[in-house]
Design a protein around this ligand. Structure first.
Ligand SMILES: *Cc1c(COP(=O)(O)O)cnc(C)c1O
Length: 387
């Protein structure tokens, strides 16, 4: 028997979450962001559920190539644009739209030989200070791009640093929306501003009152993490609040059960001491599977976990291939545990309940993005088809 750990991708949930993003986006078209191999889900696996999107956004030329190989003929956007001049040849060949965020990328375009002019998304740095032209330099870049024979159409975009909450007491997108609108008001072209958090919360921004918040949904939204069932503004809201469903389950089984007398410790470093006689389950899942080692550090800070669908928590350190869980609430609920009992690290239990990946991430002091993307190659992945 193979080691019992397995990830399952839920296509029905991916499709549902795409619908949720679409509903929140109003009239805007929806990019399904599938960078990082669809946030760890696998582009090929997720594609049947996400092909209802209006386009796919990603970073890697190789990932764009894989999407074309799947038969996707619609828009593909390179979110960081080209990394060197010859990437433009791939853009021409695969008909990729690409972000332009710096002068060098414009230089490369001006030297590029193509029969088919490109569609580009000119990126404004409206306050994140990562990629893009600042508001003052934006117009000159736009004018330069617009004049190139290699360019068919210039669209405008920006990216938010605080879309998941407040910044200095105001809804976090507003200062950047205002900067973007002020600098682009008289420029033609389609616009794209929102990530998942801004897409879902933009109604909130409207309610908090800003004329420019109308500009938020724009022509395209870029939905990433919400597609994958995580609340982009957790812990302000949870996935249930946004009606998002878990798209990945990481499940394993009990491979040993220990009776630990009061006063004994569990695992490396003896970080957990049993306060009373306890039954502990040993689970075939460790950090080499992508489970965060920091999910269990101190005595009473273990991440939540489902055993036979009943919530309990980790005890002791996560090791490379195993972790330990407290069986007390599980056995109180349904009698003694046995080897082979189901353990859900995040996602859906066959016994009914779900464990949001956001809660596990929070317990490990990180975000769901990191957990989903970190699913290790050694974990076998099954796909649960759409009904
Ligand atoms: C990753 C990314 C997104 C998607 O962000 P989520 O928070 O996952 O929705 C949108 N836009 C850009 C530029 C990105 O890099």
């Amino acid at each position: 028997m193979p080691r019992p750990i397995q990830a399952t991708i839920h296509l029905d949930a991916l499709r549902h979450n795409l619908q949720r993003c679409r509903a929140a986006a109003g009239d805007a078209r929806v990019w399904a962001v599938v960078k990082a191999n669809a946030y760890g889900h696998g582009i090929e696996r997720a594609y049947p559920a996400l092909r209802g999107a209006d386009g796919f956004a990603l970073l890697d030329l190789a990932e764009a190539e894989r999407l074309r190989a799947l038969g996707w003929r619609g828009p593909i956007l390179l979110l960081e644009g080209c990394f060197e001049p010859r990437d433009l040849e791939v853009c021409s060949r695969l008909n990729l739209w690409h972000v332009v965020h710096c002068d060098e990328q414009i230089d490369w375009l001006s030297q590029h030989k193509t029969h088919q002019p490109h569609r580009v998304f000119l990126k404004m740095n409206s306050g994140m200070n990562r990629l893009g032209f600042g508001p003052a330099a934006f117009r000159a870049a736009w004018t330069r791009l617009q004049a190139l024979p290699q360019v068919a159409e210039v669209s405008l975009m920006t990216h938010f640093s605080d879309a998941d909450g407040l910044r200095r007491g105001r809804e976090g997108v507003l200062h950047q929306v205002e900067a973007f609108v002020a600098a682009t008001a008289d420029l033609p072209g389609e616009r794209s501003l929102c990530n998942s958090a801004a897409t879902l919360r933009h109604a909130l921004a409207l309610r908090l009152g800003s004329g420019s918040a109308q500009a938020l949904a724009a022509d395209w939204v870029r939905a990433g993490i919400a597609l994958y069932g995580s609340a982009p503004d957790h812990p302000n809201h949870d996935a249930a609040h946004w009606d998002l469903q878990p798209t990945m389950t990481l499940a394993s089984r009990l491979i040993a059960i220990q009776h630990v007398p009061a006063g004994e410790t569990v695992g490396y470093g003896s970080t957990y001491t049993a306060a009373r006689d306890m039954r502990i389950g040993i689970v075939a899942c460790g950090y080499a599977d992508g489970y965060p080692r920091h999910a269990s550090l101190g005595q009473d800070h273990g991440a939540p976990v489902l055993v036979r669908g009943v919530r309990t928590r980790l005890v002791g350190r996560v090791s490379m291939d195993m972790l330990a869980v407290d069986l007390t609430p599980v056995e109180a609920h349904g009698g003694p545990c046995n080897l082979g009992d189901e353990v859900v690290l995040w996602g859906r239990s066959a016994h009914g309940p779900s464990l949001p990946v956001d809660e596990v991430a929070a317990a490990a002091d990180t975000i769901a993005y990191e957990l989903l993307c970190a699913l290790a190659p050694r974990v076998p992945v099954a796909v649960e088809a759409m009904p």
